[in-house]
Write a protein that binds this ligand. Sequence first.
Ligand code: HEC
Ligand code: HEC
Length: 56
Amino acid sequence: MGIHGKSIRSFPDIHDGAVEDSQCLSCHDPAANPDIAPVSPHPKFTECLKCHNDEF
Ligand code: HEC
Ligand code: HEC
């Protein structure tokens, strides 16, 4: 797995259409709403999909 995190492809329905960091953070930023989704341990990172869009 290397430095890569879990892939959003695990939940394609939830993540359909999500491409921008700002979209990711609208659900995953701990400051946004921790009840919506698992919070990101690193909300300051950029280009989320570089690490979270692996194919299976
Ligand atoms: C509409 C809200 C929403 C958006 C937008 C969203 N996510 Fe998620 N994400 C979720 C929810 C809810 C879960 C938890 C699904 C579950 O555990 O059933 C999740 C799960 C995850 C996981 C964990 C997967 C796992 O196997 O545990 C990662 C990583 C993730 N999202 C990254 C991202 C990235 C990167 C983006 C932007 C491209 C993004 N998300 C956009 C709601 C969202
Ligand atoms: C440099 C690679 C990298 C980038 C860029 C990155 N992540 Fe991650 N992410 C990881 C790794 C590796 C983990 C798992 C390690 C950990 O749990 O600390 C992780 C864990 C997560 C989790 C927790 C998943 C779980 O297990 O519940 C979420 C949510 C998440 N990232 C969201 C994001 C969002 C949103 C962005 C963009 C703002 C982002 N990540 C950018 C590598 C990255």
